[in-house]
Design a protein around this ligand. Structure first.
Ligand code: ATP
Ligand code: MG
Length: 333
C-alpha cells in the first residue's frame, strides 16, 4: 500500500473533558506534528460505550467537549482530520476480523487493560477487554505509521503492532507497522497524588477549567503528606504541585528556587500553589479563548466534523477493500 505523506492516527475516549495529562502526553505532539504528517484524530465514541453503554447522552456531550478541546489546543481543522469513530462502520468490520486473530489469553494479558480494570474497579465488558483490538482497527484502518500517546498506552500499541505483523505474515504485506510516540511527560500524576491524571479518576485539572475552578483544584491538591509545617524539609519528586510546575511553568529559575527552598523547609505550600496558579492560568488562557471561538460557532464546528468524518471514512474504506480481497471474504457472492 503506497502512502504519500506518513500518517498519524491518535485520539481520545470521550469519557470526559481533556486535561493537563493529555496535553503533555499526546496533544502537544499532535499539534507539533500536524503539518509534517497527514494527521487523523479520532473521537473514540465506540470505545466509550465499552466503559458504560447506558451513558448515551453523556458520551455524546463528551464527544463534543473532547472535539472542542482538540481544537482549543491548536489542532487546525484545515490541516488535520478530526472525526467520529462510529461514522466509519468499516472500522468495526476490521475489528471483527482482528478479533479472530487474538487469543483470549493474549487479550486478558494486556497490561493496559489489567491496570485500567484495577484502577476503575469495575467488572469489565467484553468490549472493554477487547478495546486494544478495536484500537488496532482504528490505527491500521489508516495505515498510520505514528501514534502519539501517553505511556499507559504503550502495551496497546504493542498489540496493534502484533496484529499488523500477524496479518502481514498470513496475507502478505498489507499494513504499515506503527510506532508509538510518547510525550514529554509520559504519565502526568493526578491532583490526588495517585496513579495518573485521568478523566475517570476525578483527579484532573481540565483544559477547560475556569479561573475559579483552577484555583480550587490547586488549593486542594495533594502535596507532601510527610510535611506538616512549612519549616519541615519537603519532597518535590512525586509531589503534584512540583510535577505541574516542572511541566507547565516556563520560568525555570523560579521553579528551581521554589524546589530548593521546599527541600530546605523555607517555603510554604501557599507560595508554591499561588505561583503554580499563575503559571497554569497563563498556560490555559489562550486555550480557553480558542475554545470559546468554536463554542460560539456550533454550526461551523459541526460542519467541520461531518466533512472530516466523510474524508476519514474514504481512507478506511480503501483499506477495507484490500483487506476483504486478501481474506477472500466475499469470494462466493
Ligand atoms: P480514561 O480514564 O477514561 O481512560 P484518560 O484520562 O486515560 O481517560 P484517554 O482517552 O484514555 O484518557 O487517553 C487519551 C490519550 O491521552 C492517550 O494517549 C493517553 O495515553 C494520554 N493520557 C491520558 N492521561 C495521561 C496522563 N496523565 N499523562 C500522560 N498522557 C496521558
Ligand atoms: Mg485511558
Amino acid at each position: 500500500m503506497k502512502i504519500k505523506k506518513p500518517r498519524i492516527l491518535t485520539g481520545d475516549t470521550p469519557s470526559g473533558r481533556l486535561h493537563l495529562g493529555h496535553y503533555v502526553g499526546t496533544l502537544e505532539n499532535r499539534v507539533k506534528l500536524q503539518s509534517q504528517y497527514d494527521t487523523f484524530i479520532l473521537l473514540a465514541n465506540v470505545h466509550a460505550y465499552a466503559n458504560d453503554y447506558t451513558k448515551i447522552d453523556q458520551i455524546n456531550d463528551n464527544v463534543y467537549q473532547v472535539y472542542l478541546d482538540n481544537l482549543a489546543v491548536g489542532i487546525d481543522p484545515n490541516i488535520s482530520t478530526i472525526y467520529l469513530e462510529s461514522g466509519i462502520p468499516e472500522t468495526l468490520e476490521l475489528y471483527s476480523y482482528f478479533l479472530t486473530m487474538v487469543t483470549h489469553t493474549r487479550a486478558v494479558r494486556n497490561p493496559s487493560v489489567k491496570d485500567e480494570i484495577k484502577y476503575k474497579k469495575f467488572d469489565p465488558s467484553m468490549g472493554f477487554i477487547c478495546y486494544p483490538i478495536l484500537q488496532a482497527a482504528d490505527i491500521l484502518g489508516f495505515n498510520a505509521s505514528l501514534v502519539p500517546v501517553g505511556e499507559d498506552q504503550l502495551p496497546v500499541i504493542e498489540q496493534t503492532r502484533e496484529i499488523a505483523r500477524d496479518f502481514n505474515k498470513v496475507f502478505a504485506d498489507t499494513f504499515v507497522i506503527p510506532k508509538a510516540m510518547v510525550g514529554r511527560v509520559p504519565r502526568l500524576i493526578g491532583t490526588d497524588g495517585q496513579n495518573k491524571m485521568s478523566k475517570s479518576g476525578h483527579n484532573a485539572i481540565l483544559l477547560s477549567d475556569d479561573e475559579v475552578t483552577l484555583k480550587q483544584k490547586i488549593n486542594s491538591c495533594y502535596t507532601d503528606p510527610s510535611r506538616i509545617h512549612a519549616t519541615d524539609p519537603g519532597h518535590v519528586d512525586g509531589n503534584p504541585i512540583f510535577e505541574y510546575h516542572y511541566a507547565f511553568n516556563p520560568d525555570k529559575a523560579e521553579v528551581d528556587d521554589l524546589a530548593k527552598r521546599y527541600k530546605q523547609g523555607q517555603v510554604g505550600d501557599r507560595e508554591v500553589k499561588d505561583k503554580l496558579f499563575i503559571a497554569l492560568n497563563n498556560f490555559l488562557t489562550p486555550i480557553r479563548d480558542k475554545r470559546k471561538y468554536y463554542e460560539q460557532r456550533p454550526k461551523l464546528a459541526k460542519e467541520i466534523l461531518v466533512e472530516s468524518t466523510k474524508k476519514a471514512r474514504k481512507v478506511v474504506t480503501k483499506t477495507l477493500k484490500i483487506v476483504r480481497q486478501k481474506m477472500a471474504i466475499n469470494k462466493l457472492i
